[in-house]
Design a protein around this ligand. Structure first.
Ligand code: AHR
Length: 376
């Protein structure tokens, strides 16, 4: 009798601990935004993230997006390294991650070239590398698992289509368009794609490109470059900034020079075009006609990278190249969409409500935490 009840107690406790284990697995699937935090006994997945720097609002939002996802609560230990825009720092960081035997390396590369050696070292150490945002140009694509980021040339082509239609609707001849391109960091995918997109469109439509200068994606460089361009090229009537921070600097420089920022280039205003559309201030500039059009560049890659890591942990193969969907922002109702390579892209009308929504998202931090629709 005694033996029988002991066996029963043992069976029950085994059964309940089995149920408990199942529950724990379901509730704390690695980083699946579970309601239960990772328990202390669970081994955290160590992720080394080499970030370019903090040159722009886009970059800060991108860093926050990564940090908000790779938390101990979600089962991760994040080793974050800010490379201050230097590739040598990024290479050093990756070597440190290898030494620390991290589980995954995430790299947001400052430029495309120069990665073969260090990525080979990571590969030899058996550490999977995920590339995010800009691309790497390596001789063997097996050196990284996959890439997720923006189609920078498409962003530029959408922007140029918008400009073309704006000119058509306002009877502005192509030969009267004088554009200065303030580029991003030279050799970065975002710079390469945006510069190429503009140059192709200028050739096709007959616009004049008066200057192409480096702006490093910063406000200070955007200001400095525009100040000099205004002195050198009095005919310049469009400043094509390769990100919002450069645009903020350009707007300030134009105003400081006693000129008007705006879309009415027929009457002496200087049009500013830009990329990113991250901060509510940038969208407010669109509403105020200080920036005529912004092609969005989406920085919310944290959940996307985490989804990739989960796939790898489950033994699945993530898509090698994953482009994210992006908007175009303008306050001109007359252009509802643009067509690039036979595909139609809607233009999102900037309204006070849209800006308020973005401001609220910013204030509550939900902008960086939001799981984008196209997380696969
Ligand atoms: O690579 C993305 C670009 O880098 C963003 O457009 C820019 O703001 C950032 O610094």
């Amino acid at each position: 009798m005694k033996k029988k009840s002991l066996a029963l107690i043992l069976c029950c406790s085994l059964f309940f601990s089995f149920l408990g284990a199942c529950g724990a697995n379901i509730g704390s699937g690695m980083g699946d935004h579970a309601t239960e935090p990772a328990t202390e006994e669970e081994k955290l997945t160590v992720v080394g993230f080499s970030q370019v720097g903090a040159e722009s609002d886009w970059r800060s939002a991108n860093t926050e997006s990564m940090k908000s996802v790779f938390t101990a609560y979600n089962g991760y230990e994040l080793i974050f390294d800010d490379a201050q825009q230097k590739q040598t720092n990024q290479i050093m960081a990756i070597r440190n991650f290898i030494q620390q035997e991290v589980d995954y390396i995430v790299l947001a590369p400052v430029t495309e070239t120069g990665w073969d050696t260090v990525l080979q070292e990571a590969h030899d150490a058996g550490i999977p590398v995920i590339i995010v945002d800009r691309m790497v140009d390596v001789s063997d694509s097996r050196l990284f698992e996959c890439w997720v980021g923006s189609n920078f040339e498409l962003e530029a082509r959408k922007m140029c289509e918008w400009l073309r239609w704006f000119c058509v609707k306002h009877n502005i001849l192509a030969e009267d368009v004088y554009i200065a391109d303030i580029q991003g960091t030279i050799g970065a995918s975002a710079q390469i794609g945006r510069t190429e997109g503009l140059q192709k469109a200028a050739r096709e439509y007959g616009w004049n490109i008066v200057a192409t200068v480096e702006g490093e994606f910063t406000r200070a460089k955007g200001y400095e470059a525009t100040q000099q361009l205004l002195l050198k090229y009095p005919k310049m009537n469009v400043v094509y900034c390769e990100n919002d921070n450069e645009a903020f600097g350009a707007i300030e420089a134009i105003r400081d020079a006693g000129k008007q920022v705006g879309s009415d280039i027929k009457n002496g205003e200087i049009m500013v075009l830009s990329f990113d559309g991250v901060k509510p201030e940038a969208l407010q500039d669109v509403l105020d006609d200080s920036i005529s059009c912004i092609a969005e560049c989406n920085p919310l890659h944290g959940p996307r990278v985490e989804a990739i890591i989960r796939k790898l942990q489950n033994g699945e193969t993530p898509q090698k190249y994953e482009y994210v969907d992006e908007d175009v922002f303008s306050a001109y109702e007359e252009i509802e969409n643009v067509i690039v390579d036979s595909k139609e892209y809607p233009i999102t009308l900037v309204t006070p409500e849209l800006i308020e929504r973005r401001r609220a998202e910013y204030d509550t931090g939900s902008y960086v935490e939001e799981l984008p629709d196209n997380v696969y």
